[in-house]
Each structure stands twice: as structure tokens, then as C-alpha cells.
Ligand binder design. Structure first.
Ligand code: FAD
Ligand code: SIN
Length: 510
């Protein structure tokens, strides 16, 4: 069995560690396990075609439509067909999915799904409950060496093979230190990129670290330009922005502006249940026009709000909004990255020794736009597959930690990071233009090469991977919408991001 280092303690990382058991692995989490991960905040649930009248083929078809022509169909079919087994695994790990009186799993419906297909927990508590069960199982598993307060900063590469990571962690004296952790298999499970945007639903740890490390090591990055904006983050100026789950619209909540107009009716036949990118653009247009979009659940959910959607209710009440009687102000927010480290069906990246699972990976299942609740599913399906592939790698040892050395002092880059996030929201957000992206690329290069902290440099690198890939896609498709190229180009293909060395020289034409 090889020595295994898992970087990230969200659903993907934890599930891989549990599926590897009893084989030993070391798992890093910057925050206490279960915190600092999008997985714990998931409100909708997990898509799985296990209900009566539903089928794997129907799940595949819905996923392909949402992906707008860029999904890898074989990978989608694999994911949809392994969903039921992974739900059984989660039940075995103790996840208390909702059941009806007959004991059958209850499934809700979300936008662009043609069936009630989402397994959930107590309305909007899916992520919290799944993570609580998995954290408990991981803490109880003697094979999993959990290091909390540890953040990977760089991959170790020898002769083209990834051999572990350089990690920043607290030493025994409490001071920040760095150390090398050597492994035969290094698994990136670092989640999304939300913190590159001024408005996001993602936790502060979602900075795209895994993408930066992989790109710098020379791994192939695919579809970086495809970023998903959730249409209904709660607009109360909080960072991260709390989410008002799509399931509310599934229950009949409507989107209205300050004139009381249900604006989605004129934009799409499915109105509030149109694909996520369409709804995000609808909400965005109202916002920039100053018509204050809001989600009105007063009739569809009303007095049932507190027990049906406890997380959303608590977030609203904390901001002085009573969603039982008042519409919830909403804004589009960066929510999910379809692009990532390109992997095969077993989570292998283009670099030997390096695997990627969960949101940091690009398996090809989401194409240009992810179908709701397919992300938790992708995380468990490909984490399990990567675990099997790693087990088959042959003998090795346990992860050894090298000498702890004092971590170098870093300059404070708060101003640069705020500038980067504003640039991304303005020029690489819901609507893009060639001119805007060209401006952003110049400004991001300046931030990256301007001598700020390593964190700012890495964030700017990932922002540039997104911006240059988006700039080079002369069409609109899924999460990538350009007002200067508003139509899809039928000849389109998935994209490969520029290698880091080429990025240095890239100067867009204005
Ligand atoms: P995460 O759960 O984000 O975990 C990443 C881990 O990596 C964290 O522990 C993080 O701290 C750690 N990390 C980051 N950088 C480093 C580093 N340098 N070194 C070490 N560790 C690092 N999807 C669905 O399918 N259904 C839903 O209902 C749903 N609802 C959502 C609601 C919200 C509010 C959000 C934000 C997302 C939602 N999503 C949903 C998307 C889904 O939650 C995520 O895509 C998924 O949880 C990603 O899992 P992950 O394990 O890849 O990443
Ligand atoms: C939501 O509950 O609206 C989010 C679901 C998802 O991101 O898949």
C-alpha cells in the first residue's frame, strides 16, 4: 500500500480517507475537521436517481442538458450509475437522510432535474448532517491520521512525479512552521475558488489553493472559465453570503423585484426553475437596474419556514428579515467552479502521483454548467474510485513529516486580495466582455507579480487561469456569458488552461 496524503477535509477528502480504511492515510485540514468546507454548508442534498419512476438515463440526460454540450458523457453515466451505491455507503456511515413513514428515502426536486431526485436531511441540513457523520467516522478510524490547522502550500515534484507537499502548520511551540510531507499518492481535495470573488457562498478556505499548487507543478487544468453563480445568495452584505437554497424555488417561492414584478416569467418558460445561469443573469439584471430582486417564500412556504429551512431561516433572522412574512433580498454569488485539475475516471491528474477529487477536480461531469446537487455526488463517486485506484498502486509506507522549520513572514496583502476579488466579480462574473477581461488580466498580472504574499500570488494565478481561459472562449455557454459573443459556437470544445510559464508572457489585445 502506498503512503497517502489527502489535502483537504471536506466531503471528498473525508470520503476518500474512509474508503481507504484500514489502509493508513494522512489528512490535512486548515480548520478543525468539518469546518472551513463548502460541504458542511450544502443545503439541497445529493442527486441520485433512486426514486420510483426515475432512472440513471434520465439523470444522465438532465446533467448533459445542464452541461450545455461540454460534459463527458461516459463520466456522467459512470457518476449517475454509481450514485445508489454511494448513498448506501453514506447511510452506513450514519448519515440520517430523510425518510417517509414507510421508511423510504424522501427526495426533493431542484431546478433542471426532471424528477424528485435529491436525497436530503431535515430540509436544508444535508451538508451539516453528512459532514457530522463523516467527521465522527473519520475520528474513530485508527487508519486516518488527521492533522488540523495544516495548510498545503506547494506540491513536491521530483523528475515529473508528485511526491508530497510542503505544508504550513503550527509547531509544538504554537509558532507557524513549514514541513515537507512525503507521499506516494497525493490527493488534492481542496474544494472551490469562491474567495476569488467579492460575493461568494464559499468559506474563506475556498481560495483555489489546490488549483494553484497543481498548475505550478505542471498539471493540466481544464474548463477553468466555467464558474457557476448561484442566483439566490442572501444580499445582506455578509462575507461569505449565506445561501437561500434552490429548494425554496422548488417549493414554489418566486423571484420579484421592488415593483412586485415576477421578472423570471418573461425570461424563461420555466421561470424561477430555469437553469441556474439563466436565473443568475435574471437576478443580476434586476440588481444592476436598481430594482432590488428578492425571493418571496411567504406564500409557498410561509409559516413552515422555520422547520422546513432552518439554516436559511436562521440566516434571515440574524439579519433582521422574517422570511415567513417578508421577501428575502438576493444577489448572484460565486458558488461553484466547474473547471479544475483534469482527471480520469479514477481521479488521476496528468502528473504521476497526483490525484484530484471533489470540486478542485474537473472530471468532465459538469461541462459548462453544473446541475444542482451533482457536486456532492461527484465528490463521493470519484473519491471512492480514487481510493480504489490508490489501493492498487502497490506497496509503500506511511506519510513521514520532515523537519519543521520556521515559516517565513508574509506581507499583509489584504488590500491586494480585496482588489483581486473586486476585479473578478466585475470582469469575470455573471456577465463578461472581451474588453473587461483584457483589463482584468493586466491588473491580475500586476497583483501576481507585485511582491505580495504567497497567498495573493496564488490567488492571482488561479484568477488568471480563469480569466485567460474565459478571454479565449469567444462564445457564451453555461456559466460563461459574454455580452460581446452572446451566442454559443457549435464547434466548441472543452478547454485546457495555459501553462503557468505561458501565462507570464500573456498580454491580451485590447
Ligand atoms: P470542500 O467541502 O470545500 O472541502 C475542501 C477542504 O479543503 C476544506 O477542508 C478546506 O478547508 C480544505 N483546504 C482548502 N485549501 C487547503 C490547503 N491549501 N491545504 C489543506 N486543505 C485545504 N452541492 C451539492 O451537490 N448539493 C448541495 O446542496 C450544495 N449546496 C451548497 C451550498 C453552499 C452554501 C455551497 C457553498 C456549496 C454547495 N454545494 C452543493 C456545492 C458543494 O457543497 C461543494 O462543491 C462540495 O461540498 C465540494 O466538496 P469538496 O470536498 O471538494 O470541498
Ligand atoms: C442549493 O441548495 O441551492 C444549492 C444546491 C447546489 O449547489 O447543488
Amino acid at each position: 500500500m502506498p503512503s497517502i496524503l489527502i489535502i483537504g477535509g471536506g466531503l471528498a477528502g473525508l470520503f476518500a480517507a474512509l474508503k481507504l480504511a484500514p489502509h493508513p492515510c494522512t489528512l490535512l485540514s486548515p480548520a478543525p475537521l468539518g469546518e472551513g468546507a463548502s460541504s458542511a454548508w450544502a443545503q439541497g442534498g445529493i442527486a441520485a436517481a433512486i426514486g420510483e419512476g426515475d432512472s440513471v438515463e434520465s439523470h444522465v440526460a438532465d446533467t448533459l442538458v445542464a452541461g450545455a454540450g461540454l460534459c463527458d458523457e461516459a463520466m456522467v453515466r459512470l457518476m449517475a450509475s454509481e450514485a445508489s451505491d454511494r448513498i448506501l455507503d453514506l447511510l452506513e456511515f450514519g448519515v440520517p437522510f430523510d425518510r417517509d413513514l414507510a421508511g423510504k428515502l424522501v427526495q426533493s426536486r431542484e431546478a433542471a432535474h426532471s424528477a424528485h431526485r435529491i436525497v436530503r436531511v431535515k430540509g436544508d441540513q444535508a451538508g451539516k448532517a453528512i459532514m457530522a457523520a463523516l467527521v465522527q467516522a473519520a475520528r474513530a478510524a485508527p487508519s486516518i491520521n488527521i492533522i488540523e490547522g495544516a495548510e498545503a502550500r506547494e506540491l513536491l515534484v521530483e523528475a515529473g512525479v508528485v511526491t508530497g507537499a510542503r505544508v504550513r502548520l503550527k509547531g509544538a511551540d504554537g509558532a507557524l512552521a513549514t514541513a515537507e510531507l512525503r507521499a506516494d499518492a497525493t490527493v488534492l481535495a481542496t474544494g472551490g475558488i469562491g474567495q476569488l470573488y467579492a460575493v461568494t457562498t464559499n468559506p474563506k478556505e475556498s481560495r483555489g489553493d489546490g488549483l494553484a499548487m497543481a498548475a505550478k507543478a505542471g498539471a493540466e487544468i481544464a474548463n477553468a472559465e466555467f464558474v457557476q453563480f448561484h442566483p439566490t445568495a442572501i444580499d445582506i452584505g455578509k462575507d461569505p453570503a449565506p445561501l437561500a437554497t434552490e429548494a425554496l424555488r422548488g417549493e414554489g417561492a418566486t423571484l420579484v423585484n421592488n415593483a412586485g414584478e415576477r421578472f423570471m416569467l418573461k425570461l424563461h418558460k420555466d421561470a424561477e426553475l430555469a437553469p441556474r445561469d439563466v436565473v443568475a443573469r435574471g437576478v443580476f439584471a434586476e440588481l444592476v437596474a436598481g430594482r432590488r430582486p428578492a425571493l418571496d417564500a411567504t406564500k409557498a412556504v410561509g409559516a413552515h419556514f422555520p422547520e422546513r429551512f432552518p439554516s436559511v431561516y436562521a440566516a434571515c433572522k440574524a439579519a433582521g428579515i422574517d422570511p415567513v412574512t417578508q421577501p428575502i433580498p438576493v444577489t448572484p454569488a460565486e458558488h461553484y467552479h466547474m473547471g479544475g485539475v483534469k482527471t480520469d475516471a479514477d481521479g488521476r491528474s496528468s502528473l504521476p502521483g497526483l490525484f484530484a477529487i471533489g470540486e478542485v477536480a474537473c472530471t468532465g461531469v459538469h461541462g459548462a454548467n453544473r446541475l444542482a446537487s451533482n457536486s456532492l455526488l461527484e465528490a463521493v463517486v470519484f473519491a471512492a474510485r480514487a481510493a480504489e485506484a490508490i489501493k492498487a498502486m502497490g506497496p509503500g509506507g506511511v506519510v513521514e513529516m520532515g523537519t519543521l522549520r520556521p515559516a517565513p513572514e508574509e506581507p499583509d496583502s489584504a488590500t491586494g486580495i480585496a482588489e483581486l476579488r473586486a476585479l473578478m466579480s466585475r470582469y469575470l462574473g455573471v456577465q463578461r466582455t472581451g474588453e473587461g477581461m483584457a483589463h482584468a488580466i493586466g491588473a491580475l498580472q500586476a497583483l501576481r507579480l507585485g511582491g505580495g504574499s504567497a497567498m495573493l500570488e496564488d490567488m492571482a494565478l488561479v484568477a488568471l487561469l480563469i480569466a485567460t481561459s474565459a478571454y479565449a472562449r469567444y462564445e457564451s455557454r453555461g456559466g460563461h456569458f459574454r455580452t460581446d459573443f452572446p451566442n454559443a459556437d457549435p464547434a466548441t470544445q472543452p478547454s485546457t488552461a495555459m501553462p503557468v510559464a505561458a501565462l507570464d508572457a500573456f498580454r491580451p489585445a485590447r
